[in-house]
Design a protein around this ligand. Sequence first.
Ligand SMILES: [Zn+2]
Ligand SMILES: [Zn+2]
Length: 304
Amino acid sequence: MKIVLLGTSSAVPTLTRGLSSTALIREGDVFLFDCGEGTQLQLMRSSVKRSRIHSIFIGHLHGDHLYGIAGLLSTLHLDGREAPLNVFGPEGLRVFLNAAFRTSDFKFTFKLTVQEFPRGYRGRVLDENEFYVDELPLDHSIFCLGWRFQEKDKPGVFNLERAEELEIPRGPLYGKLQHGEAITLANGRSITPDMVLGPPRHGKSVVYCLDTQFTERSIQLADKCTALVHETTFGPDAVDMARERKHSTMEDAARVAHEAHAENLIATHFSSRYDGRQIAQICDQARGVFERITLGRDLLEIDI
Ligand SMILES: [Zn+2]
Ligand SMILES: [Zn+2]
């Protein structure tokens, strides 16, 4: 999988940082997390193909995460898109989109499904053959959802040599073992899948927590994830401001990554009060709490 940071600024764009949007690419499909103003331009500057957008996840309805979606959907319509598109987000998202598109008397070329989650909802929002997406409410100044994109585990690699040694006839019995079923051979010997399969291949996971102050729920959502994309709006000089506005400092995010045993933390959503040099300094300090921080910047691509 690959993560592409499309915008890494909080609240307002700067000349070098666009508003929040992050693309996750898996086997060519694009999953877009948030869609701040300017996202469609950033998509054009990146390697991400907008025609391959599978779903869009909007975590909360603050403008810096939302105002780009109407323009992007309009462009997908003008592209002549035919594939259906799912948009997931908190209650209120449909009202926003309806207002935008009714005002413009807009009719889509493709089927747009908007799925809203009320405050009490926690759990699975999408479940496909090879992956699923879960959500959990975070702790921000308005209702905000965090997302976990999780690849499902795959069975271990089939050991052909071992199967031949065990005299398992080629054919459907191989398939049964690969699907976790025990079999009995004509000679009466029973074979269990672990006798011919390597260890299961664990699926990778990406967790997206924007915007939120430090909360146990981020730790729960990010449990042992491959990559945690977490907001890091402020540095140690603005802890009070972070608490007041229900945002995180870089150190808060590092603590979440540490306590969740995440493999990597990707820092994004920086206040415009800091320039790149200051953000790098803030990041160096936070590495005392959690070492493996990738400092985000616009259009950075991260293989995971
Ligand atoms: Zn924000
Ligand atoms: Zn916000």
